[in-house]
Design a protein around this ligand. Structure first.
Ligand code: SF4
Length: 176
């Protein structure tokens, strides 16, 4: 299975969710994790959609095929824009953008930095990709590949971390 930005994003949240999603046990909208950015971006920043272009890229990382579709890439400045409807900043968002930057660079395309915009928070977070970050991306790709190909579903997180997960019923329906 190809590693994409959605899987990199979910890896930061829950390995069990990653495995369930990758094995097509879907009861929710995790496939929208990445796609939501485009819709929100077009609604919140119409001028952004005009200035930027969509880029589809792929590369191999340690023999693992990776691909991504970046909704807003500014070729003039080498900046990736990502828009999140979330009202909280998350490491998963940073990881997703670093994955984009990595794939762009591996394809010889300028990737200076990323900007994650949070319209609800009225904040913007700058995301860089330094040497250590590149190694992290490689580790994430290997970890995603390992988890999604394992036979058994990973154990659940502590229940307190599951409140907002759409797999909640799946993971905890047998509990009191
Ligand atoms: S309910 Fe909890 S353990 Fe289950 S997939 Fe979601 S976050 Fe992971």
């Amino acid at each position: 299975m190809t590693v994409n930005a959605t899987l990199i994003n979910i890896l930061q949240i829950c390995q069990r969710e990653l495995w369930l999603h990758a094995n097509s046990i879907t009861m929710e909208h995790t496939s929208d994790i990445v796609a939501e950015g485009k819709q929100i971006g077009e609604e919140s920043y119409p001028q952004r959609a005009e200035r930027n272009q969509e880029v589809a890229i792929s590369t191999e990382i340690n023999g693992i095929t990776c691909n991504a579709k970046i909704d807003f890439y500014d070729a003039k400045t080498g900046v990736v824009h990502e828009i999140k409807k979330s009202s909280a900043k998350e490491m998963a968002h940073v990881a997703q953008v670093q994955f984009y930057l990595y794939l762009l660079r591996k394809n010889g395309i300028a990737a200076n930095y990323g900007l994650i915009e949070y319209p609800k928070l009225r904040q913007t977070e700058k995301v860089e990709l330094l040497e250590d970050d590149m190694r992290n991306v490689e580790r994430w790709v290997e970890k995603v590949d390992e988890i999604i190909n394992q036979e058994m579903c990973p154990p659940p997180l502590p229940k307190s971390k599951c409140k907002n997960c759409s797999y909640f019923e799946f993971c905890w329906s047998g509990e009191e």
